[in-house]
Design a protein around this ligand. Structure first.
Ligand SMILES: OC[C@H]1O[C@](O)(CO)[C@@H](O)[C@@H]1O
Length: 511
């Protein structure tokens, strides 16, 4: 068992080693993130494979053949094809509400197990699909898996992990999502060379799903969940077991206190609607909304389709998706190292400016080449340059809005508003992921190259939003957030003086 040491919270010492339990936890969490990323990334490549289109979407395929040489912008515009991609996010949105109740009543473990099972069924239905119905039902099952896992895995992680690696694990989840997307792109690149390769692409997700289910069976329930359900003795024994030491009294007491405080919260929804929580409500709603309005999923879902449209050729399209997927992973890693050193704001602001410039360049290049009628294709050198700017855009997203879109909402919400804040964050994220997936191909058909300016304009709005409204949250303990709001030019009017008095007292009294 590697690692060890202790962490302080509220002046108390938490003993805690990185035990085997913690490592298995990381492994399972990794599978949860990986599956989400895999399902995000897999459809773009699959929907650009001819045998797949011929079998399930012959109309789109015919449209593609008939259209050759004419309007590239509208080649793939088909509602049923889009529904194949986007149905997952709608299902995830609905399932995340059920998952919240399951993990509260029955524990995190059953929730994650159910999530893994959904993933397994969905992957098998897709891999063996004989008609569009089976495909879409499979996608809906995968969506239930995403809803269940996105809700329970991050909670499980933060409850199991020793405090000192909690933040790293938070970004680690996003990191696994990007690795899943890259894995999907690589697998598509390989399977596209085989006749029924799409079956492998869609079915192979069953493997991590089995690992997730089996992994979950080997896991223990979190002490927090046991306390929440009145099993105090078991909770303490469990905490000793997972921390690898008998000396857990301080941490245990904090968990009991936190659970008591949480049980007093009668209605997290009416809490977050109170005036003094206006900053939390605003950021938990707007951060996921803006994250999706960067347009990132246009690249993540449709990169191979988009690159095909731009004239990259089938192989080059899939290869380009692998390149953007790789950039996504590496740039997320940059964030892991920078976020606590340089802070959140600088990443948001630099990322915003870099995304905006890249989007303008991409829009102009496509506009100059394809014009309004959508006719043309790029020469090799031009295509490479376009790819460079798309990579710069992906990198900027991956060290800013990607991980921070999850980190910031979670670190600004104190216990009394956390469940509601987190639920809003996940729901808004899924809703706009769904909408963008659903309307992108139609928007491309109508807005043409202007689509890149459309998302660019949103990036400008969100960068101004961050510049003026988000204070730095680096190294701010959650109980001191109200001091930060109170000293902010805009939010100060929402924070009553007595709340700040209480936090100031708290922070002084904590040694
Ligand atoms: O890495 C890109 C991916 O990250 C997310 O924004 C989630 O944080 C997804 O919507 C996107 O596909």
């Amino acid at each position: 068992m590697a690692g060890g040491g202790f962490v302080e919270s509220n002046g108390r010492h938490y003993e805690g080693k990185v035990t085997a339990f913690v490592l298995i936890t990381c492994f399972v969490a990794a599978m949860g993130g990986l599956l989400f990323g895999y399902d995000l990334g897999i459809t773009g490549g699959v929907t650009s494979m001819e045998p797949f289109l011929i079998k399930f979407f012959p109309v789109v395929y015919q449209q593609m053949l008939d259209d050759s040489g004419t309007n590239q912008y509208c080649k793939f515009d088909n509602q049923l094809l889009t529904l194949f991609t986007s149905s997952l996010y709608l299902a995830a949105l609905i399932a995340s509400f059920f998952a919240a109740t399951t993990s509260r009543w029955f524990g995190r473990k059953p929730s994650m197990f159910v999530g893994g099972l959904f993933f397994l069924i969905g992957s098998l239905l897709n891999g063996f699909a004989i008609n569009v119905e089976m495909l879409i039902i499979g996608r809906i099952f995968l969506g239930f898996g995403v809803g269940y896992c996105n809700q329970s895995v991050p909670i499980y992680l933060s409850e199991m992990a020793p405090a000192k690696i909690r933040g790293a694990l938070n970004i680690g989840f996003q990191m696994m999502i990007t690795i899943g997307i890259l894995g999907a792109n690589l697998i598509n690149y390989w399977t596209s060379k085989h006749k029924n390769g799409w079956r492998i692409s869609l079915g192979i997700g069953a493997a991590p799903a089995v690992l997730l289910c089996v992994g979950t069976l080997c896991l223990e329930e979190t002490p927090n969940s046991l306390i929440e359900r009145g099993q105090h003795v078991k909770a303490k024994t469990m905490l000793q077991k997972i921390r690898g030491t008998k000396d857990v009294d301080d941490e245990y007491q904090d968990l009991v206190d936190a659970s008591e405080a949480a049980s007093k919260v009668e209605n997290a929804w009416s809490n977050i609607a109170q005036r003094k929580y206006r900053p939390q409500l605003t950021f938990c709603t707007f951060i996921p909304f803006f994250q999706q309005l960067t347009g990132i999923n246009v690249i993540m879902f449709y990169a191979p389709v988009l690159f095909t449209i731009l004239g990259f050729g089938n192989d080059a399209s899939l290869m380009s998706a692998v390149i953007t997927g790789g950039v996504n992973v590496v740039a997320t890693l940059v964030s892991v190292f920078c976020v606590d050193r340089f802070g959140r704001r600088i990443l948001f602001l630099e990322g915003g400016v870099q995304m905006l410039i890249s989007q303008i360049v991409v829009g102009v290049m496509i506009g100059l080449k394809f014009g309004l009628n959508g006719e043309g294709s790029f020469k090799k050198g031009e295509a490479d340059l376009l790819l460079v700017f798309i990579c710069l855009y992906v990198a900027a997203f991956a060290w800013s809005w990607g991980p921070l879109g999850w980190l910031v909402p979670s670190e600004i919400c104190s216990l009394e508003v956390r469940p509601a804040g987190q639920a809003i964050n996940v729901a808004v994220n899924m809703l706009f992921t769904f909408l963008i997936a659903q309307v992108f191909l139609t928007m491309l058909c109508h807005l043409k190259f202007g689509l890149f300016f459309f998302f660019g304009a949103w990036v400008l709005v969100m960068t101004i939003f961050i510049a003026f409204l988000l204070p730095e949250t680096k190294n701010v303990p959650v109980e001191e957030m109200s001091l930060v709001w109170k000293s902010h030019w805009f939010w100060n009017k929402y924070i009553p003086d007595d709340v700040v008095g209480a936090s100031a007292y708290h922070s002084k009294s904590a040694p």
